[in-house]
Design a protein around this ligand. Sequence first.
Ligand SMILES: [Zn+2]
Length: 99
Amino acid sequence: MARIVRKKPFIRKRPCQFCLSKEPVVYIDYKNEEVLSKLVNLQGKILSSRITGTCAKHQRAVALAIKRARFVGILPYIGLVKRESKKETVKTEKVEKAE
Ligand SMILES: [Zn+2]
């Protein structure tokens, strides 16, 4: 039997931005809003290392820093919330039926 070998699509791994800097970053400051705001999406969620390219070691430090920043009030817990318009559509359907 011939084995089916699927080719993996080549994805270049993004280098970790904290490892790349000249001085090795050991501690990520929670007060540094500029850096932390880039690692959070619009909803206020922490972006995964798969997207940002941070290594496991620094991702842990980033998560800790973001959580601290949230507690202090620098970063929001929730950003823009997607509103589902399901309820509205149901209501309009009922109105149309009544008419
Ligand atoms: Zn790193």
